[in-house]
Design a protein around this ligand. Sequence first.
Ligand code: DAK
Length: 258
Amino acid sequence: MAYETLIADAEDGVALITLNRPDALNAFNNQLMDELTAALDRFEADESVGCIVITGSKKAFAAGADIKEMRELSYMDAYYTDFITRNWERASRTRKPLIAAVSGYALGGGCELAMMCDFILAADNAKFGQPEITIGVSPGAGGTQRLTRFVGKSKAMEMCLTGRMMDAEEAERCGLVSRIVPVDELVDEAKSVAKKIAALPRATAMMTKEMVNVAYETPLSHGIMFERRLFHSLFATEDQKEGMEAFVEKRTPHFNNR
Ligand code: DAK
């Protein structure tokens, strides 16, 4: 598929999706969401890919949903067309590890998309925010829920109620991002982390991701039980045998993703 709003490539086990609507600071219109969905579908199906990175430009990861596209919508339009709901949760349903490499603005839907990824690497110029209230709406793609789980009620409430942006340092301090990287090194660093993940046993990575995600969705006791069951099942994989044998034999493991 030829893309017009993003660039998608894969090499060395890593897929890189670069959002590319520079004139609108990568704001999400229907076309971009369709193309992002298609790219994620494609890389999930591509056996050579073990990890996916989503990034934007230096100035903007994404400035949110396209305000120009949605400003005329009526309530009835939004409700009956299930406005931009159709493919919005696609990123959060990705089974392979998915990293957001964020430089510049990640606002509204941009912040929400980053939070749907498994973790966020932030450039030192990154700015996160849920400014929807300043244009008369609320976060609509999970921002009130995910931001609260990431940073706690007080900060999430302040950000959603005021639209204030937080910089990369504050985002790292409060656990929204895993770490900060100089802006010029962000994409290379994200690719290198992704390459490391892609070289590890695929099923183990996918199941580990499921386990961590379950921690967000269920009471702790259910999450622990879910983790236990999937942990047991990993003893059915060839890579578990290889990994542990290699450890005991003091050699490098050769995983085959089985
Ligand atoms: N939409 C459309 N165009 C945008 C845009 C946006 N979100 N953000 C920026 N642009 C455009 C600007 O209009 C401008 O275009 P021209 O005027 O040159 O034609 C160009 O990008 C450059 O922007 P600025 O001139 O404003 O650049 P500055 O450096 O001065 O400011 C800024 C950068 C990021 C601070 C500013 O552009 C800004 O505040 N942008 C809007 C941020 C925002 O309010 N975002 C939240 C949008 S609401 C849902 C799923 C998702 C959503 C809701 C529901 N469901 C699944 C139900 C999401 C909603 C949202 O994200």
